[in-house]
Design a protein around this ligand. Structure first.
Ligand SMILES: [Mg+2]
Length: 262
């Protein structure tokens, strides 16, 4: 799958992946806060895109601010909002949610809550997962309720190796019910980029370290992409991949200085 979109002359909006692009294992990558300061001081914009639905947008903002990054709840997107919009567009507002308490409240702020007669099951990267939630989700899926997931990542990287993300919960529920979620909203789906397009009409560049999520998202949304080599992908892996980025840069600070010098 080749990138079909050319780089614009001037990039004005960076759509940034987080883990492996701005930080690794909770530690900010050298030079990233200063580079983003140069970027925003030049009047250009940044939006952070995350698949991680174990935290609310507010919680993501606090984490990024703690690393000295220019993040507010207004320039971070997660799959919670496009998932909510998809449900509301279909008249679905009563949902059995597998989510943390904080993320459950965030869904409620978008009009999606459990009201006693669920029309669908939605699962997230619930780090407060319990057996009771899994059993209830299974029973509702067995009954034939529509079933959706915010994203599909199998694991979350940590300093001590991978730990289960939502994809592992999806596999468990599929082993039990024989059913997989019918729609997902995180990367590599284009729904997060669509959401951003509704708010900004700027020349965007998707930047990330994962080919099958970040780079695939840009390809799906027809936005140019930059692979950075600070995360899980090497130049050799990129060369062999069906997901070809528009450009490759050693790191986000190098990319930003190149873009500002154009
Ligand atoms: Mg990443």
């Amino acid at each position: 799958m080749a990138a079909e979109v050319a780089m614009p002359d001037t990039v004005t909006l960076l759509l940034l992946d987080m883990d492996g692009t701005v930080y690794v294992g909770g530690v900010v990558i050298d030079g990233v806060p200063e580079a983003l300061k140069r970027w925003t001081s030049a009047g250009r914009k940044v939006v952070f895109i995350t698949n991680n639905t174990s935290r609310t947008i507010e919680q993501h903002a606090l984490k990024l601010q703690g690393m000295g990054l220019p993040a507010t709840p207004n320039n971070i997107v997660s799959p919670v909002e496009p998932t909510s919009r998809f449900l509301r567009d279909r008249g679905v507002t009563d949902v059995f949610l597998v989510a943390t308490n904080a993320v459950t409240e965030e869904f409620a702020s978008h009009g999606i809550a459990f009201r006693g007669e669920p029309q669908a099951v939605v699962i997230t990267y619930d780090i407060e997962l319990t057996y009771a939630k899994l059993a209830e989700a299974s029973k509702l899926i067995n009954k034939g309720l529509p079933y959706y997931a915010t994203h599909i990542d199998f694991f979350c990287p940590t300093e001590d190796g991978p730990v289960p993300d939502i994809g592992s919960f999806i596999a468990m529920l599929e082993n039990v019910t024989g059913v997989a979620p019918t729609s997902v909203f995180g990367k590599p789906s284009d729904s997060l980029v669509e959401l951003i397009r509704d708010r900004y009409s700027l020349n965007s560049l998707v930047v990330g370290d994962r080919l099958h999520t970040d780079i695939a998202t840009g390809i799906n949304a027809q936005v140019p992409t930059c692979l950075v080599l600070t995360g899980e992908t090497s130049k050799m892996m990129a060369d062999a991949s069906p997901y070809q980025p528009t450009i490759i840069s050693p790191s986000l600070p190098v990319l930003i200085d190149d873009l500002l010098a154009r």
